[in-house]
Design a protein around this ligand. Structure first.
Ligand SMILES: [Mg+2]
Length: 157
């Protein structure tokens, strides 16, 4: 059965100085496979289990997307600098509510025959997890329900 994995960015896919990619200063420079440095020397680290999970999801044909409250310019720049710019289906990166991001993504996924019940959402913020569950999404709180992105594998349909 088809499913879609939707990921938050800050403190889920990556961690960064200041806590939020929108607070970093462009441009970003890639200093190792999974680390970026901003214009003022602050660092962003892709979680070590992120790339293996994204590779596995791609190989299994799982749709992967993003729901992240951030400035699109900063987040897209970071994703491109990490070599992940083309990995995500209709990434929702905006300064709007997560509920609206998930609703918009659901509209796109419906055209592929998927509904909220086919979506797995991962976020470190419990309040986002709760609102996603209210929509019928399988929502996982990183740090509570799962302790590593690798654990997402156990929820794939
Ligand atoms: Mg977060």
């Amino acid at each position: 059965m088809a499913c879609a994995v939707v990921l938050d960015l800050d403190d889920t896919l990556w961690t960064c100085d200041g806590g939020c990619v929108s607070f970093l200063s462009l441009p970003f420079t890639r200093v190792s496979e999974d680390t970026l440095r901003d214009a003022r020397g602050r660092l962003l680290h892709l979680r070590p289990d992120a790339r293996p999970l994204l590779d596995e999801l791609r190989d299994r044909g799982v749709v992967v997307s993003i729901a992240s409250f951030n400035l699109p310019l900063h987040a897209q720049h970071a994703l491109r600098a990490l070599g992940l710019g083309d990995r995500f289906f209709r990434p929702q990166i905006a300064t709007i509510s997560k509920r609206e991001m998930l609703r918009r993504l659901h509209l796109s996924l419906q055209r592929n025959g998927m509904g909220y019940r086919d979506m797995i959402f991962v976020d470190d913020d419990l309040k986002n997890v709760i609102l996603a569950r209210a929509l019928g999404i399988t929502a996982l709180c990183l740090g509570r329900d799962i302790h590593s992105l690798a654990d997402v594998r156990g929820y794939l349909m």
